[in-house]
Design a protein around this ligand. Structure first.
Ligand code: MG
Length: 290
């Protein structure tokens, strides 16, 4: 663990990282305006058996706050969780933007230049919720919740998580030989319904009445902040939509194993904190370090 505010030798910063990742960090740290967007579960918070107990890695939120407090830098969480859960679990600094429900809910980031974006919901500080909440999608959501609840009642260890625009079926703690088949059958059945969007993650299948994805969420953040470069960090299948919208000067970092469109990879949430910490220090030091 690095000491918090020990005198640092700039040239030594990030020397413990993969050289190509360090070079990429030095590069993005040198741009005038930078957006740093991070997934939460499995990225800043280790995966735990009970999703309601997924707390951030030590220093994770503090470092994101440091980034958000640095000139020309915005930081945001981009999560599949509901905005309310995300706030409760992560305890984010007020300067950090929040995107929940894969982009269906959002609070724009506060940079050193103040809150960005002209969205009235954003400007007032209230969570903005996009998507349609008409009677039709409300009825569809109700039907989806009933279907998932039915499966949960038959599969011990599985859990239902209601969301503002969808419902998630969690099966991490269920008998895996049965759970995967149950999830597959549920996905097949519910995806056939018009208006249902399925997102599959690690030991979770989510059924939403809103087509938001992390790629759109990231593009929205980019539109709001207009950065010269964007860093996006994520660990799951749904984060691939985010990596897919990154451009040449951006930096995508995948956490853990699995196929990815990200250009770089780290092993764990602890590594993510190290990467963000190095980035924050490079950024504060004004970059220009080779
Ligand atoms: Mg994740």
């Amino acid at each position: 663990m690095s000491e918090q505010h020990a005198p640092m030798n700039i040239a030594e910063l990030g020397r413990g990282l993969e050289p190509s990742l360090r070079r990429a960090l030095v590069r993005v740290a040198s741009v005038e305006t930078l957006l740093v967007a991070c997934d939460y579960d499995g990225t800043l918070a280790p995966i735990v058996d009970d999703p309601a107990e997924a707390r951030p890695q030590p220093r994770a939120m503090e470092v994101l706050g440091e980034l958000a407090g640095t000139a020309g830098t915005w930081a945001s969480l981009v999560s599949g969780r509901s905005l309310q859960q995300l706030i409760e679990l992560s305890g984010p600094p007020a300067t950090v933007g929040l995107v929940g429900s894969h982009g269906a809910e959002h609070l724009a980031p506060l940079g050193s230049n103040g809150r960005v974006g002209s969205d009235p919901a954003v400007a007032s500080g209230d969570p903005g919720v996009s998507g349609h909440h008409d009677a039709e999608s409300a009825a569809l959501l109700e039907a989806l919740i009933a279907d998932v609840a039915d499966e949960v009642s038959r599969l011990p260890g599985s859990r239902l998580e209601p969301k503002p625009v969808g419902v998630a079926f969690h099966y991490r703690q269920a008998d895996q030989s049965v759970a995967a088949k149950t999830a597959d059958a549920l996905i097949e059945r519910l995806s056939a319904r018009p208006g249902v969007h399925v997102r599959v993650g690690k030991m979770v299948a989510e059924f939403a009445v809103d087509g938001a994805d992390k790629g759109q969420a990231l593009l929205r953040l980019i539109g709001q902040t207009g950065p010269d470069a964007t860093v996006f960090v994520g660990d799951d299948v749904t984060d691939e939509d985010g990596f897919a919208v990154l451009g040449e000067g951006d930096l995508g970092i995948k956490v853990g194993a699995g196929e990815t469109a990200a250009s770089h990879r780290v092993a764990s949430p602890a590594d993510v904190v190290e990467v963000l910490s190095v980035l924050a220090q490079l950024r504060r030091a004004g970059a220009g370090i080779e």
